[in-house]
Design a protein around this ligand. Sequence first.
Ligand code: UGA
Length: 430
Amino acid sequence: VGKPERHVAVFGAGYIGLVTGACLAELGHRVVVRDIDPDKVALLRAGDVPIYEPGLGDMIARNKERLTFTLDLAETLDGAEIAYVCVDTPPSASGDADLSRLWAVVKSLEGAAHLKAVVVKSTVPVGTGARVRAALDAAGLAHVGYAANPEFTAEGRAVTDFLKPDRIVIGSADEATAALITDLHDGVDGPVVVMDVRSAEMVKLASNALLATKISFINEIATLCEKTGADVEEVARAVGLDHRLGPHFLRPGIGWGGSCFPKDSEALRQLASNTGYHLQLLSAVIDVNNLQKRRAVQKLHDELGTLAGMRVALLGLTFKPGTDDMREAPSTVLAARLLAEGAEVRTWDPMARPAGVEPWSSTTRHPTPELALAGADAAIVVTEWPQLKEVDWAGAASVMRRPVLYDGRNLFDPAAMRALGYTYMSVGRP
Ligand code: UGA
């Protein structure tokens, strides 16, 4: 017999809120997702999903009896037993996370008569839960439990990650709340780890920082491989076979980006410095990542002699394939630097919708990689979209003004590309 169906109010119809809401509905709970953006709510009510995430649209459609979207606060709180806070916590000018949206949600909970627990899924600085707890107490909600329940889903895999996670982390000061949130996840295939609130908040930041560290580490080893003639792909493969190290997040590339690693690593660094401690390792991890993007442009500069007047094709714009997300995408840094050095930037991406702002308003978009490559002096593989494997690279070499290719994701075989006439450069391979 399954655990009781709960009535859940999800605040925020962004990436995490939608995935959380849809998956909780899929588990059998009644879910109301609230957002303050009327366009977003209208879109969701019409059956459209404003983000691209495999499986999410179908899941929302098949749970529409149990999953509703609203702008209205009273409708959201009506009968709600659990309030999930899934609003974004972007970095503020000071570097600290901007928690204003979270505080607005906490404030709005005052009239919730049936509320048993407030759960924060948003990524927040360690200590936020204690502050929310105090705010709830002050608002006459001392009987309502509090839990931190960080999310570890990766874009493009979010639905699977939610339903089959490596772990569910629940941080709470009281057993009843921990049990309530544990039961809420009945049907999820993964171990539940219960701990105190601050530790749960730290798990999220530490996990992302260590993942980013692995990538920056292998990127730095890749640079050294280039200087010594070793092949980083061989190195990473064998290093990853050590079960203590593992094969994941050892793919060298053009640098990590996205909505999480850059923001969370900065937030952790800031959190540390607020306590008077300078996180040395993490600072180096961030520096290496910035350098990795600069090195891509430097390599083209060295090869072409100058970038002024050169036509450079950027193949792939999103921070990784399988998403339309452009947040903190390395492509933005590359485009800005290329333009600053006087290059003409042409782009291709199957999903990205870069906003009409700088640097993108000064670039030209092409519907296929081939069209972006035609007449180019050089190209950079920025995102490892599978479509790039289907390109007629022999044909492209003959229509490029100069067949110079920097493969920032090690998608191609160096010998094969050189045989096609390319001046081929990649990351950490001879
Ligand atoms: C990341 C984490 O993987 C999730 O566990 C976490 O929940 C999420 O952030 C979050 O905090 O919300 P995501 O940003 O979607 O998920 O993307 P990843 O697949 O982790 O990739 C991040 C970046 O690292 C990308 O730019 C990717 O190209 C790069 N990367 C990844 C590498 O350069 N090499 C690798 O081996 C792996």
